[in-house]
Design a binder for this molecule. Sequence first.
Ligand code: ADP
Length: 543
Amino acid sequence: SSYIKDSPYTSEIMSKLHLFGLEKFRPNQSEAIHAAMSGADVFVLMPTGGGKSLCYQLPAVCQGGKTKGVTIVISPLLSLINDQVQALREKGIIADSLTSETREGDNKAVRSRIYGNDKPSLLYVSPERLQISESLKNTLAYLHQRGELARFVIDEAHCISTWGQDFRAAYQELGKLREDFPGVPIMALTATADERAKSDILHGLKLEKPAIFAQSFDRPNLFYRVITKTNAEELAKYINQSHPDQSGIIYCRSRDGCEKLANQLRTKGLKAKHFHAGLDKTEKEATQNEWKRKQGHIIVATIAFGMGIDKPDVRFVIHFDLPKSMDGYYQETGRAGRDGKPAECILHYAYRDVQPIRNMIHKDQQTTHAAKTRQDQDLNVVVRFCTNNTVCRRTQILQHFGERFDDSLCRGRCNNCAEKGSRIQTNITEEVKTVISLVQTLERGQEKVTLDQCRSIYKGSSASAIKNKQHDRLPGYAAGRHLPPELLDIVFHQCIHLGVLEEKPVQNGKWHHNYLKLGPQAATFLREDKETLVDYKPKTPKS
Ligand code: ADP
């Protein structure tokens, strides 16, 4: 990069790298740091875990460079601020924070450091504090006058964008920094790649000729696979065969689920331990340390596990339960293969896992309506990803982050690309129409059936429950008898997916049943005869 070539700052930058306990830079870190040292505005787009913090923390502790003094970091998350300040102090770096949580005594101490001789290298502030606190504004003006304001760092800069779900009103005020503090460079960082957010950031913060460092979110050494959910026994067999003596993470939704699965895997000779938020601190540390230090250990965890975990040789990450969002999925799978060697990410998908998550979203009394809608949408994206067996998984993942990816570059490193030849495409338009009519008939008769029951009717089951209710006399009875079972499932899941059918949870005594009803798209579908094509892999491949 033009910022690194013949740079006068390289030797100091390299010497400071060791202060952070690191040996070499990750992609774009060195470039962004050099650009910052030269006094440029900088925009950094890097996936979560990519190492954004170093891009501003390292320049903040350098003496050379065009800018000197205190680096002001604006960050939206209090917990993150606290963690970072603590981590910096442990490295012997003076760092302070001013947030809504800062007590008056600490406030004074911070101020006396700033106005005194041991100024902090980094001062973290929350955007709201910056917006309302006159004394903070005065402090910044004081530093600015004396030429001791090194730069403004806007972390999670996409919060300025009104398009996104993370919009924060206080971030919009940051547009004034440029006028209020002329000559002070700005560095904006985010992990949200979409073009609208990027443009909002660049314009909103009024960045001038920014040095832009954007990096692909693709993780080339990861193999992505979505499979039909198996069980503990199959899972153990797979790990013993494909990953003997290798380290891995298995994510489960519930604490009980983690304990049970870890136990089952141990009986199959695997070194598996559970990890979740319910463990006490010493247990957590012991489990984590053992897994981290040794090879061939498996951790079965809820998503509570992983924050700040940096084990390079994780060879597999398995989602045994459905993740709640693509962001979460990307972050969790991202813990595999940090050493750059091949690693596998396997998602076990079961349609029956979807509804319980949806119920949980809607049962939660703490969350607002808007938040529920968003969580619902997040879940829909995951389900679409699981059921889309055609489009390259990399393309789908990267598309979620606003990145265009050319399928041909995947070269068989996801199961959709690898299995292309063994899948067949089928038109199920007629099947969907028949199922809609079947549910319509049932609804007219005020009959409540679950998805499983409806599938049995459609398949033409001769079970007594069906005979007793005279469901074998319905017009749609046995209409799907010609379909192979795997396609039968696809038809029903596709109906839900298209919104022509819905599952509605109804409380019946202490049980929640999910009954099938017509969805909002049913009428349109029948009227417009929407062609529906699906890809599936026949159980017995065609010869
Ligand atoms: P982000 O903010 O982009 O999510 P962080 O700055 O929190 O990422 O860094 C994620 C992890 O990567 C941290 O554990 C950090 O110590 C580690 N890390 C950052 N840069 C490097 C590097 N050059 N070499 C090794 N580890 C690094």
